[in-house]
Design a protein around this ligand. Structure first.
Ligand code: SAH
Length: 360
């Protein structure tokens, strides 16, 4: 039993069952015992590996893309390069390195790193210690100053807490985390239905709604429409809103029970790209994609980039580059190939011309 388990059981004993949104939020960002507050989840000894940690190619291609987006937006001189949930800082480091070949972009930006975790802020500071571009850390997107914003979000939206609703004969009831007769954490349903939920689906269906993600997307789109800029979201998820839930807990590269070790496993849900796209368009922004990560990276030239790197590599490095190319852009078993399960979507000012990576 994790220390946070007892804390959550006490909250529920006092206040009653809590929403999955609140459960995820406590597990991930409890100020003392939350997963992101206390863990460095990345790498072979960590819990999971993300695209920028697999290969520098990912960050380099995104770096070229975002500097092109800045140029397509007219090269504003007061622009900000923003990353949501920068992890170890690897993606930003690769983006800033490749941006040196586009010196105009680098000279006209300041960087904002939006990060809740003190542990990860520390790692980001170390990783970016040699950068000459001004860097600021923000706990929340709302703290990023008004300016044309060029925003990257890789595996960020999946970490935002969602809610679940289950269809019963009396309507849609919110799925909650409560205590069973032995005092253990257990899923249950709210006694009263949600009158506002009108989705038509057979009994037994579950839907997942990420209001926090949709609100954040609306906030970002609104800023982009007023001040200019672009957001690139890369994450695992689905293109169409579907029935079913996708809450998953991952620790040490394997799936675990989401209620067993709160605070010690990463909790995520799949991103509902259709819902995010609707939220962005409702604020007047233009959206490109979602398209699969494989198609996106291929259009951005990952194969050529891999070939260029392989020319300078020894045999072992060549095998690594080939492996990284397969993992990032390949399709096949979703546990080892990100190409299909992961999607890319861009949100931009309506006047920005179409950007590379999103052709059908
Ligand atoms: N983008 C990185 C890390 C992905 S993990 C990569 O691809 O490697 C998710 C990241 O989002 C972590 O840095 C985590 O601390 C951060 N995070 C999660 N919820 C957040 C929130 N509500 N606000 C800001 N950062 C958050």
């Amino acid at each position: 039993m994790s220390p946070l388990y007892k804390e959550i059981a006490t909250i529920i004993a006092q206040d009653g069952p809590i929403s999955i949104e609140r459960y995820m939020s406590i597990c991930l960002s409890h100020p003392r015992l939350g997963y992101y507050t206390t863990h460095n989840p990345f790498g072979a000894s960590g819990d999971f590996v993300t695209a920028p940690e697999i290969s520098q190619m990912f960050g380099e291609l995104l770096g070229v893309w975002i500097s092109e987006a800045w140029a397509a937006a007219g090269g504003p001189s007061d622009a900000r390069l923003v990353e949501l949930g920068p992890g170890r800082g690897t993606l930003m480091s690769d983006v800033l390195r490749v941006a040196r070949i586009a010196p105009n972009f680098l000279a006209n930006i300041e960087v904002d790193l939006v990060e809740i975790s003190p542990v990860l802020r520390g790692l980001q500071r170390q990783m970016l210690a040699g950068e000459t571009t001004p860097l600021s850390w923000r706990a929340d997107f709302a703290e990023v100053p008004r300016a044309p914003l060029f925003i990257l979000a890789n595996e960020f939206f999946d970490a935002l807490p969602a809610r679940h609703y289950a269809k019963t004969p009396t309507g849609w009831h919110e799925r909650l985390v409560g205590l069973d007769s032995k005092g253990a954490l257990a899923f249950g349903l709210a006694p009263h239905p949600e009158p506002a939920l009108k989705v038509i689906a057979p009994e037994g269906s579950v839907i997942e709604v990420n209001a926090i993600a949709q609100r954040l997307m609306a906030e970002i789109a609104e800023r982009i429409v007023v001040d200019g800029g672009v957001l690139l979201v890369v994450d695992y998820g689905y293109t169409q809103t579907t029935l079913g839930e996708s809450l998953q807990a991952v620790a040490r590269h394997g799936y675990v029970d989401p209620l067993r070790t709160p605070g010690e496993a990463d909790l995520t849900t799949h991103v509902d790209f259709a819902a995010l796209k609707r939220a962005a368009k409702a604020r007047g922004a233009k959206a490109l994609g979602p398209i699969t990560q494989g198609a996106f990276l291929t259009q951005l030239g990952i194969v050529r980039r891999a070939e260029a790197l392989m020319k300078k590599a020894d045999e072992r490095q060549r095998a690594n580059i080939e492996g990284a190319l397969r993992r990032l852009a390949g399709t096949g078993d979703a546990r080892t190939h990100m190409g299909e399960m992961f999607k890319a979507m861009a949100v931009m000012h309506p006047d920005t011309p179409d950007l590379p990576g999103f052709a059908d």
